[in-house]
Ligand binder design. Structure first.
Ligand SMILES: *Cc1c(COP(=O)(O)O)cnc(C)c1O
Length: 374
């Protein structure tokens, strides 16, 4: 089945008790036992299992082409769950240009649990190979990365991970399963902040880990989900499932507009540098063209000529782009990234990150054009 069909149908069936086409939201926390003491529908308590959550997990697993998926209350909770697969005492090698919250977990939370981490430029396979000299449980890659849109070679990293006995996990948030399916290149786990493209409307927080194969990793994550308890609410699962139907249309349209915005910025002398893998000048362009399809994502970063004041004042003049963090929603956002990331950030001070939404692209470009006129 093709991805558009999966997006509409996976995880959905008419409600057997009413025939309702759209699934009810199952708010009940508890489920009745049969006279024999069993649970005839397989559910007994909503932390351990909920019908809306099960539908969502089936749908996202199908979109990624994985065996199963385990969902959480945020992308960060999903990342943390994946990192527990390196326990006890394991070592994690992670893309240096990763989501700042991911770096914070590895730096500030996990050492207390005996896990160690090393950050490496995963676009440099030699550097990754060197990092894997230490026994490594998990190699974690983010591609395209945040916020510099670096592109790492998932197939090559999965070969290196395999040789060194590590699992390869891929944060696929920026690409979405529409533009990139890491399992096709040998990844073992795929993680999403569903807060971004999968939700797509800036109104639900969530995260998910998809596993290529059923096995002990899946059982451990399922146990961490149920016993750890960081589960998404039934309503959040329902909202997310609803959003998935339009995911292919949204993401492709957003990516097409992002390319136009990137081309506009690349030709503008008020801009010092543009980061977008869809531009032929991007160092990861050829690789992105091989491992992505239907577009290069809808996040564009750029450095405004000058410094932080010029970048901040350009963002201040934007009218259509909203000054806010996050990405993947239907509305376009603009963000001065360094001031968001805090003291450990090595993001250039004059960098703005744009999340391109579904507005008309000519309107978006006109807004950037006037905003850059300082
Ligand atoms: C937002 C984001 C996360 C964290 O997800 P939350 O839902 O905010 O917890 C992780 N990775 C990437 C690439 C993200 O953009």
């Amino acid at each position: 089945m093709k991805v558009e069909t999966i997006a509409v149908h996976a995880g959905r069936e008419p409600d057997p008790s009413t025939g309702a086409l759209r699934e009810p939201i199952h708010l009940s926390t508890t489920f009745e036992r049969g006279e024999d003491g069993n649970y005839p529908h397989g559910y007994y308590y909503s932390r351990a299992g909920n019908p809306n959550r099960a539908s969502l997990e089936r749908a996202i697993a199908a979109l990624e082409g994985g065996a199963d998926a385990v969902s959480f209350a945020s992308g960060s909770a999903a990342t943390l769950a994946a990192f527990t697969l390196a326990a006890p005492g394991g070592h994690i090698v992670c893309s240096s240009d990763c989501y700042h919250g991911t770096a914070k977990q590895l730096r500030d939370l996990l050492p207390a649990w005996g896990l160690t981490a090393e950050f490496v430029d995963t676009t440099d396979l030699g550097a990754v190979e060197h990092a894997l000299r230490l026994p490594t449980a998990l190699l974690w890659v983010e591609t395209p990365s945040n916020p510099l849109l670096r592109v790492s070679d998932i197939a090559a990293l999965s070969r290196l991970a395999r040789v060194h006995g590590a699992l390869l996990g891929c944060d696929n948030t920026f690409a979405s399963p529409i533009l990139q399916r890491p399992f096709e290149f040998g990844a073992d786990l795929v993680m999403h902040s569903t807060t971004k493209y999968l939700g797509g409307h800036s109104d639900v927080l969530g995260g998910i880990v998809v596993l290529r194969e059923a096995g002990s990793g899946l059982s451990r994550l399922r146990e961490f989900q149920g016993a750890g308890g960081g589960v998404p609410s039934p309503f959040d699962c329902w909202l997310l499932l609803r959003s998935l139907a339009t995911l292919p249309l949204r993401v492709r349209a957003q990516a097409a507009s992002a390319l136009e915005v990137a081309q506009f910025l690349a030709a503008d002398e008020r801009i010092e540098k543009v980061y977008y893998p869809g531009l032929a000048t991007h160092p990861g362009h050829a690789l992105a063209a091989r491992q992505m399809r239907d577009g290069f994502g809808a996040v564009v970063s750029c450095q405004v000529r000058g410094g932080a004041p010029e970048a901040l004042s350009s963002a201040a003049r934007a009218k259509l782009f909203t000054r806010a963090t996050s990405l993947g929603g239907v509305e376009s956002l603009i963000e001065h990234r360094a001031s968001m990331e805090g003291p450990y950030s090595y993001t250039p001070q004059n960098l703005l990150r744009l999340s391109i939404g579904l507005e008309n692209v000519a309107d978006l470009i006109a807004d950037l054009d006037q905003a850059l006129d300082g």
